[in-house]
Structure formats: structure tokens, C-alpha cells
Design a protein around this ligand. Structure first.
Ligand code: NDP
Ligand code: 2IT
Length: 445
């Protein structure tokens, strides 16, 4: 039981979104975190700001028909949830994964709104995607799906309206196919998507940005403990865009990354993972992480993902997917002496895991702060596209670094100002919420 305010919001959300547990989980965390604000800002209650925030501005669900290589017609479901435009045009990624449904997209869009606010760039929150599984599909099948997806999506997006990007299952290849189809249909060449290839308007450092940004954020967490990356043992789940570039940056700062995973299992290389091999397998060959041991027989491959958290480490970075790190795994990490955890994925820690870390005094960098470097750099890509120029890698990386430092400062200051010193989860929720709430109040009902 929370306060009457939290209970009333959560009961509305439960009634309206009964079949969407991930969405309700994301809302609960924010609503409980902003409790200390509610007494200080009565207009938030009077103007029903939270009730308005938990109802997306617009939800689009559409049919995506396409033809596979066997000549058979396939039908997938497409989504775009335009959550909140108080701070700018809708912005957020597209996820292509068989587990995608409306509740998953809504949890991601809700989180995105506050994350984007923390970046202090002018972007609202959205998310989209499909239950299409790009795994095992030919290049032609992926292209055919992307084109069909854009045949409907194009009428809902635009460089000043809604700017999608990548997420799980959507990387530079898919963004290219989507961009090409948008351009063909609309006869415009604009920055309507981010994460584009460098030859047609993409930003340098966007590919690296989420992983690098995560590591910049953790640098500040380690500093608060009087520590740095040198000699730290790091466990990272996932082996996709976020995981690989978090690993690269952590290693460049002197850490040893000993584990990576995919949805089948994990590799453990106590000497430190050879990232060239990992990148070749995942980025070039689109293979499975188990193939790593063919080149590095001294490393171990273990079937199943959860066991990755039993590997002793100083820093744990869950970078695969939601609810991948539960209470039991959190207890294992704490028992093995883990000193900091930060979420590269969106909502990877279950509420039980979050509680274990808090009770043990292990700092936790929440997703909407720690992984905001990707979307922040997407906003930098939008700026470059609007100006029709492109900044050097170092300039984008420096801006990213400043943004991540600023996000950390906002979170730790907001936590302290509300009597929750060190609680970065509450700090991120309060700071992000306030920014969106103030803009909503200013813009009327
Ligand atoms: P990728 O598709 O590049 O990689 C995803 C990785 O996570 C793969 O290794 C994948 O394994 C693994 N994975 C996906 N689903 C599951 C699952 N159900 N169980 C176990 N492992 C799984 O995606 P990203 O790296 O881009 O995204 C990873 C996380 O980071 C997501 O939560 C995403 O929302 C978040 N994120 C991404 C940003 C970005 O800029 N790309 C920005 C901010 C957050 P497999 O190959 O077996 O599917
Ligand atoms: O979860 C996220 O922040 C992303 N997938 C990146 C979104 C974006 O618009 O770059």
C-alpha cells in the first residue's frame, strides 16, 4: 500500500491496462518515487498531471503484411505509441522482437518520456516496433518487412512530429531500409529517423553512444565511492549494440570485461573478453555468442542467461532486456562484492532486485538516466540534420559526455533535495518528472 494519491493512480492504471504487467511496473516505480513532490506541488494533483501522463497521447496499431522467401504471405503487428509531446516532437526507438506487444511498447514509451527529459534536449517520448523476428531472416525478407512497416508508419511520423530510431532488433540495416521507404513515399530527405548510416545523415558516435554514455554515467557513480574503472572486473549481459560499446569503453578505461551473453547463454572469459571476436560474431556474422569459444577455447560457454550474475564482479551492467536481473541474482551480486550496478537495458532489474541493491547500499544507475546517451546522441543527430552538417566524432562524444555528467548531477541533486541522498532511481524519476510536468502545466489542458 502506498499513499492515497499513489493508490488512486495505480488503480486507474491497473483497471485500464490489466493485461500489461510491464507497463504497470514502470508506472508504479515512477509514481512511488514522486511521492515526496506531491505535498510540495499541489497543482500536480489539481491539474491531474500524473493521470494525463499515464495515458499516451496517441496509440497506433497496424497490420504489416509482407512476403517471405518461400513466397508465403506473412502478417505481423506494428505499433507506435506517441506518449508525450510536452518537451518536443515524439522521440524513441523501434523494437523488432517476437515478444513485442502493446504493453511492452507502452512501458518503453513511458520510460522514454522521462529519459528524454533528463537529456535536456528538446524531445518528447515515444516507442514503437513489431512482433517481427529479424533473426534467421534473409536480407530481402528484412527489407520487405521494413518497407511494409513504413508504408503505414510514414503517415504518423515526420522530422517535426515523431522521429523513430533503433532498439532491440533494429540497427543500422533496418534504419536504412525504413529511411529509404520513407523517402520514396514522401519525396523528402529529412532527419525523420536517427541511427542512420554515416553516408546519408547519420551522426558519428551514435552507434557507440548508449554504451559509452552508460560507462560515463558509471564513472560518476564510481567517483562517488572514491573509485574508478582501473582493474575493475565487469559483467555485461547482452551482446548487442549497447553491450558491445559499453564493453569497449569500460575496457579502454582500464576495466576487464569478463562476460557477455545472448538469449541462449553466456560466455565467461576470466582473462577478459576479446572484443574484436565478439564484435565480428555479433555485428558482421550475426552469429551466436557461443561461437566465441571456437576462437577462445579457454573461455567457457554456459547455456541459459541468468547464471551470468553468479560471476563475481565489481560492476554489473545488464544490457539485454527487461526483467533480466531478478531478486535472487541481485543477492548473488551483492554477496560476491559487486560495488555498482547500472542499467544499459530498459528496466532490466525487477522491483525485487532494485530493493536488494538499495537495502545493501549498492548504488544503482537506473535505465532512464544511465542509458540516455543513445537518445541524447539521436537528438544531436537531429540537430546536425537540421543544420545540414555533421560534427566530428570527438565533438559528438564530448557533448555526450557532458550530457551524461549533467544527468548524473540532476539525479543525485534531486535525490538529495528530497531527503533520498544516493537514491539515483528516485532522483531520476523526480528530476525527469518535474521537467515534463512543468512543460505540461505551462501548455494548458
Ligand atoms: P540489440 O538487438 O543490438 O541486442 C540485444 C541483445 O540482448 C542481444 O544480445 C540479444 O540476444 C539480447 N536479448 C534480447 N532479448 C533478450 C531476451 N528476451 N532474453 C535475453 N537476451 C535478450 O539491442 P540493443 O543493444 O540496442 O538493446 C539492448 C537493450 O538496451 C534493450 O533493453 C534496449 O531497449 C536498450 N536500449 C537501447 C538503446 C540503443 O540505442 N540501441 C538505447 C537505450 C536503451 P539475442 O541475439 O539472442 O536476441
Ligand atoms: O531506449 C532508447 O532510449 C532507445 N532505444 C534509443 C531511442 C532513440 O531515439 O535514439
Amino acid at each position: 500500500m502506498g499513499s492515497p494519491f499513489a493508490d488512486s493512480i495505480l488503480s486507474i492504471v491497473a483497471a485500464r491496462n490489466a493485461a500489461e504487467p510491464e507497463y504497470r511496473q514502470a508506472v508504479r516505480e515512477v509514481v512511488e518515487s514522486i511521492e515526496p513532490l506531491i505535498a510540495k506541488r499541489p497543482e500536480i494533483v489539481r491539474l491531474k498531471i500524473v493521470e494525463r501522463m499515464v495515458e499516451p497521447e496517441r496509440q497506433i496499431i497496424f497490420r504489416v503484411p509482407w512476403v517471405n522467401d518461400a513466397g508465403e504471405v506473412q502478417v505481423n503487428r506494428g505499433f507506435r505509441v506517441q506518449f508525450n509531446s510536452a518537451l518536443g516532437p515524439y522521440k524513441g526507438g523501434l523494437r523488432f522482437h517476437p515478444s513485442v506487444n502493446l504493453g511492452i511498447i507502452k512501458f518503453l514509451g513511458f520510460e522514454q518520456t522521462f529519459k528524454n527529459a533528463l537529456t535536456t534536449t528538446p524531445i518528447g517520448g515515444a516507442k514503437g516496433g513489431s512482433d517481427f523476428d529479424p533473426k534467421g531472416k534473409s536480407e530481402r525478407e528484412v527489407m520487405s518487412f521494413c518497407e511494409s512497416f513504413m508504408n503505414e508508419l510514414h503517415r504518423h511520423i515526420g522530422p517535426d512530429t515523431d522521429i523513430p530510431a533503433g532498439d532491440i532488433g533494429v540497427g543500422a540495416r533496418e534504419i536504412g531500409f525504413l529511411f529509404g521507404q520513407y523517402k520514396r513515399i514522401t519525396n523528402t530527405f529529412t532527419g525523420v529517423l536517427t541511427g542512420k548510416g554515416l553516408s546519408y545523415g547519420g551522426s558519428l558516435a551514435r552507434k557507440e553512444a548508449t554504451g559509452y554514455g552508460l560507462v560515463y554515467f558509471v564513472t560518476r557513480m564510481l567517483e562517488s565511492l572514491g573509485a574508478d574503472w582501473t582493474g575493475k572486473t565487469v559483467v555485461i549481459s547482452g551482446a548487442g549494440n549497447v553491450a558491445l560499446y559499453a564493453a569497449e569503453k569500460a575496457r579502454s578505461l582500464g576495466a576487464r570485461v569478463v562476460a557477455l551473453s545472448d538469449s541462449n547463454g553466456y560466455i565467461h572469459d576470466p582473462e577478459g573478453i576479446d572484443l574484436d571476436t565478439a564484435r565480428r560474431i555479433k555485428e558482421v556474422e550475426r552469429g551466436r555468442i557461443r561461437e566465441y569459444v571456437f576462437d577462445h577455447p579457454s573461455a567457457a560457454y554456459v547455456e541459459g542467461c541468468e547464471g551470468i550474475w553468479s560471476i563475481p564482479c565489481d560492476v554489473a551492467l545488464p544490457c539485454a532486456t527487461q526483467n533480466e536481473l531478478d531478486g535472487k541474482s541481485a543477492e548473488l551480486l551483492v554477496r560476491n562484492g559487486c560495488m555498482a550496478v547500472a542499467e544499459g537495458a530498459n528496466m532490466p532489474c525487477t522491483p525485487e532486485a532494485v530493493k536488494v541493491f538499495h537495502d545493501a547500499g549498492v548504488p544503482l544507475g537506473p535505465a532512464k538516466a544511465a542509458n540516455a546517451g543513445g537518445v541524447a546522441t539521436s537528438a544531436l543527430e537531429m540537430s546536425q540534420n537540421s543544420m545540414r552538417l555533421s560534427w566530428p566524432f570527438q565533438e559528438v562524444d564530448q557533448r555526450l559526455h557532458q550530457i551524461m555528467d549533467n544527468i548524473y548531477s540532476q539525479c543525485s541533486r534531486a535525490a538529495e533535495a528530497h531527503g533520498l541522498k544516493g537514491n539515483l532511481v528516485a532522483g531520476a524519476n523526480i528530476a525527469g518528472f518535474l521537467r515534463v510536468a512543468d512543460a505540461m502545466i505551462a501548455q494548458g489542458i
